[in-house]
Design a protein around this ligand. Structure first.
Ligand code: ZN
Length: 242
């Protein structure tokens, strides 16, 4: 049975890091849409080139094109043990298409993990983010209460605050994320394979919680859906004629 995972979560929740770790540890393909777009453009895939054309014109890549790119990647043999999707789906139309792709793969259910972090903590993490003035590398975020690094770990360059990362900009970005994601959360929330993880813990704890809920959701998801519970019919005293 494949592990087919979607990771959701706001910027600053650390879901990219966790997605990478989980995929590595379980031998799954980690798929971010940015990566497969670049990969597809390098390989001259027609759908990816179409997306590039749109982006070059400053337009957004439409759902149909994005879905075609993701589908192409997920149907390849190296994706068959499972995948961890980061940054897709972003719309309900994409989510519906992903359901169809997963049904077509026919090797396991879709498991959805939503990494949640309170806004206050996200603002602290994002607004404090430093970047090397010389080489552009992101500095490791300081642990709570610890002093921030003074110089770039890679080149020793001076660290400065990222221009787009002041608290007001961060709050606006989070609001945009929230608005855009709400319909998606609604779409998935009622499923037995939907799980919430507390992303406001130390990384190792987040990792542990994530591993636990994904394994649990995989077991639940493997149970056939819609099987009527015969216990109920017996308890109500009615003979089960079906
Ligand atoms: Zn540097």
């Amino acid at each position: 049975m494949a592990l087919n995972v979607i990771m959701m979560g706001p910027p600053g929740a650390g879901k990219g890091t966790q997605a990478g770790r989980f995929a590595r540890e379980r031998g799954l393909l980690k798929i971010s849409t940015g990566d497969i777009l670049r990969e597809g453009i390098n390989a001259q895939l027609p759908v990816a080139l179409k997306a590039k054309e749109l982006m070059d014109r400053g337009e957004l890549v439409d759902d149909a094109t994005m879905i075609a790119i993701v589908r192409e990647r997920l149907m390849r043999p190296d994706a068959q043990p499972g995948f961890v999707l980061d940054g897709f789906p972003r719309t309900v139309a994409q989510a519906e298409a992903l359901d169809r792709i997963v049904a077509e793969r026919n090797n396991g259910p879709l498991l959805i993990v939503d990494v949640r972090v309170p806004q206050r903590e996200l603002v602290r993490r994002l607004a404090g983010r430093l970047i090397c003035k010389k080489c552009g590398t992101n500095a490791e975020p300081a642990k709570e209460g610890a002093p921030a690094a003074a110089a770039c770990a890679k080149c020793g360059g001076r660290l400065v605050q990222r221009a787009d990362d002041n608290a007001q900009v961060v709050k606006e970005r989070l609001k945009v994320y929230e608005r855009a994601t709400k319909p998606l959360v609604e779409f998935y929330r009622g499923r037995p394979t939907f799980r919430i993880v507390n992303g406001a813990q130390a990384q190792e704890r987040v990792a542990h919680e994530l591993d636990t809920v994904i394994d649990d959701a995989a077991v639940v998801g493997a149970t056939p859906q819609g099987t009527p519970a015969p216990v109920k019919a017996v308890a109500s005293g009615k003979a089960a004629q079906a």
